[in-house]
Design a protein around this ligand. Structure first.
Ligand code: SF4
Length: 167
């Protein structure tokens, strides 16, 4: 897999489970119809409908961009989580550093369920963190053997790959 093929989902799986990331990168997908994913998709489709101008660049899909210099991402969660930051920051990173859109400042995450918006500037520290995660994704997906099953069974029960890993 090339660096340009990394999408937001790879970052999500890097945070949750190396095995999930590896399977996803090999093109093994079970997400269709899976409840949690469907819920996220529903929110994604219904929220901020007026602002929606989805933009596809390499392996990423950006919810929408405004003239404020921030890329905007919508989350269905009712809780603001640190783990939500990486995907939109990566999208901002791609536009600014890979595509040379120098006016990009960072990302804003919208939480319509709790009516909150979080602003994240693309600082040097955040850029460094994203570059480390890009390397971690590439190393994980290039390993020859499938990573072991996650020790957190609670997480596994919500995972689209559950049947693949446990049955
Ligand atoms: S079921 Fe568990 S081990 Fe398997 S991919 Fe999902 S989180 Fe990872």
């Amino acid at each position: 897999m090339r660096e340009e093929d990394i999408g937001g989902q790879h970052f999500y799986y890097l945070e949750s489970c190396f095995r999930q990331l590896w399977l996803y990168a090999k093109g093994i997908r079970f997400e269709e119809g899976f409840e949690d994913v469907e819920l996220g998709r529903l929110y994604h489709e219904e929220s901020y409908e007026r602002n929606r101008k989805e933009i596809r660049v390499d392996g990423i899909v950006i919810d929408f961009i405004k003239k404020d210099g921030y890329i905007h991402e919508t989350k269905s969660s009712k809780v603001v989580k640190k783990e939500h930051e990486t995907q939109p920051l990566y999208y901002a990173y791609v536009l600014k550093y890979r595509k040379q859109f120098n006016n990009i400042k960072g990302a804003k995450i919208h939480y319509p369920a709790i009516k909150e918006i979080i602003t994240l500037d693309l600082t040097e520290d955040r850029v460094e963190e994203i570059e480390k995660k890009i390397q971690a994704i590439l190393e994980n997906v290039q390993r020859a053997d499938i990573p072991p099953v996650h020790s957190n069974k609670k997480l596994c029960k919500k995972c689209a790959y559950f049947e693949f890993c446990y049955v």
